[in-house]
Design a protein around this ligand. Structure first.
Ligand code: ATP
Length: 377
């Protein structure tokens, strides 16, 4: 007997065991099983493979470069200050065109300021006074340092005298934006993305031999999506605002460039989507230009600039077929099919009216032959 054991072990190695199934004609569980299988099939084909492209490897962190250029010219007519023509070098900041660009739409100019003493503005509450005692010497206020005197600002207001840039800034905002014509200016946004995982680069500006193409085209979300030249008014309106309202006190507009590239398709189909959103309803800052007169005395022209700040951000993802994510998605689908069988087994064996019967049919009790104990068997 003992000498046959290795032979039997060798034979067992070549055995093939196959699973024995119990067939039930339970229509309810049968229907549930098919529905679950259908659900899994829909999920795997529709969601995992078609919608989420589960067979692709993805790169969700593109490197992006943005260059901007604003064009257009407008005449600003300030009351009592005459006409002044503004072109790109005047109204676009910074001039080198970065992904954050500021367009001047309104301004308050205070010309020929020089350092000296003058009354502080009545809009500065700390500087309103009735006597010299209200103006302690050396106290700093918004536009300078108090000299200790209370002086007449105009016929109705007295304010502390200050040492600062005089005369102090006029703080009356024009009722209408001085550069109302800026709504027709155009912004050229050149954006290149690089998906390092796939060594793939794409630029939103069409490679064209026509040197006048960008000069003459304007972006339109329906009719001309390949032209990266945007009209300022269109961008403001796409952000849900009207140009006149935003131009008066300034504001901030977010420009979002979204790339979603399927690299299993031709590269020409990889095109960005643009969206615009309002980020803030006020935006201004001050800037000054300095000069000296013939007596070497320092002067400056102060400008408080109101305008629209364009904040351009680039996002995106690229996907390409890869065997590993494809195998993982396929494996997940197979596992879900197995889960459908487990659910149906649970219903059949625990919830069905004839659960006891199915239980007995599915699990055969192993009984030792009569006259032998189980241990001996
Ligand atoms: N804001 C804009 N509106 C319309 N066209 C623009 C704008 N910015 C640039 N362009 C045009 O796009 C093309 C590419 O611009 P790019 O700055 O690379 O060239 P450029 O010859 O230096 O431009 P330019 O001298 O006209 O400012 C040029 O034909 C340019 O005139």
């Amino acid at each position: 007997m003992r000498s046959q054991a290795p032979l039997r072990a060798c034979g067992a190695l070549l055995d093939y065991k196959t699973v024995k199934f119990a067939l039930t004609r339970n229509r309810r569980v049968g229907l549930l099983h098919r529905l679950l299988q259908l659900g899994v099939l829909g999920y795997v084909l529709g969601w995992v493979l078609l919608a989420r492209k589960g067979y692709q490897d993805t790169d969700r962190a593109p490197r992006a470069a943005v260059v901007t250029k604003m064009k257009g010219a407008a005449v600003a007519e300030a009351v009592g200050k005459g006409r002044r023509l503004w072109d790109a070098a005047d109204y676009a900041r910074p001039p080198q065109g970065e992904n954050v660009l500021f367009l001047v739409t309104n301004f308050i100019a205070t010309a020929q300021q020089s350092q000296g003493t003058c009354p502080e503005s009545p809009s500065v509450l700390d500087a309103v006074c009735t006597e010299d005692a209200d103006c302690p010497v050396g106290n700093p206020v918004v536009h300078g340092i108090k000299t200790g005197k209370c002086v007449m600002f105009n016929t109705t207001h007295s304010t502390c005298e200050i040492y600062g840039w005089c005369p102090v800034e006029n703080n009356t905002v024009p009722r209408k934006p001085l550069l109302a014509e800026a709504e027709n200016f155009t912004l050229f946004i050149k954006n290149t993305v690089h998906f390092t995982k796939f060594n793939f680069s794409k630029c939103n500006a069409l490679q064209t031999n026509d040197p006048t193409y960008f000069k003459s085209c304007t972006y339109d979300p329906f009719f001309n999506r390949s032209c990266p030249v945007f009209r300022v008014r269109d961008m403001v309106e796409a952000a849900g605002e009207t140009f006149g309202d935003l131009a008066l006190l300034g504001g901030s507009i977010g420009v979002r460039i979204e790339w979603d590239c399927d690299l299993d398709h031709p590269a020409a189909q990889c095109q960005p989507q643009y969206s615009f959103s309002l980020q803030d309803r006020r935006y201004n800052f001050r800037t000054a230009s300095y000069y000296w007169d013939s007596q070497r005395r320092l002067y400056r022209n102060l400008l408080k600039l109101y305008g629209i700040r364009f904040d351009i951000s680039v996002h995106g993802q690229a996907g390409k077929f890869s065997i590993i994510p494809a195998a993982v998605s396929f494996g997940t689908g197979i596992a879900f099919f197995g889960a459908a069988t487990v659910v149906c087994d649970l219903v059949l064996l625990y919830l069905d009216a004839k659960a006891d019967f199915y239980w007995k049919e599915k699990f055969e009790e192993a009984k030792p032959p009569k006259g032998k104990t189980e241990a001996a068997a």
